[in-house]
Design a protein around this ligand. Sequence first.
Ligand code: BGC
Length: 240
Amino acid sequence: MNVMGIDIGGSGIKGAPVDTEAGVLVKDRLRIPTPQPSKPDEVAEAVASIVRHFGWNGPVGVTFPGVVKDGVVLTAANVDHSWIGVDAAELFGGATVLNDADAAGVAEMTFGRGRGERGTVLMLTFGTGIGSALFTDGTLVRNTELGHLELHGKVAEHRASARVREEHDMSWEKWAERVAEYLKHVEMLFSPSLIVIGGGASKKADRFLPHITLDTPVVPAALQNEAGIIGAALAAAGGS
Ligand code: BGC
């Protein structure tokens, strides 16, 4: 089945039709910059323009970088706060809407590094914020928000997201120390059997993962930047 997947991020909105059985994009993805400020109507117009670009009439799945419960946005840490309380599913014309990290995790569990993994698997995405997706024997526990755990009195994603590294021009090694500290905290809380690192930073995993030693295996995501699009499509196809 082909389903349109759209991934809303802090800096870009990306979409493409996805073959949900194969887990691949069937056309080149389209990326447009996230409108600034990222208010609901402007973002909805950007989402609609992606749908129009592909001349799409079928089902659509959309990720959102915040807590989404039954299609309604409950938090908006890295997008305009006017999103809180908005029924995004309705605003996007009846699309299936879910948290971005949850979508990426579902894709990674179905087609990527988490495939066939039992036990507790954590997908953590490092981008503008830190997103999390928690799986127990392959079942997703939605909206876990582990990027907002507190470390040294600070929100973890304010210390260790990929954006923090870029904004402070931090070396990979220095940033890896912060990521390691965060991962150890998460490891202590959940005793996972696998941690999958996704988000923009996963493309550069070789620069920081070698500096991180944990008891739990830590691996880069296989689907990288496309995980959100594929996971959004899977959710709309009824796969999550
Ligand atoms: C949000 C999460 C989101 C993550 C990655 C966090 O700030 O609270 O919902 O998954 O950023 O975008």
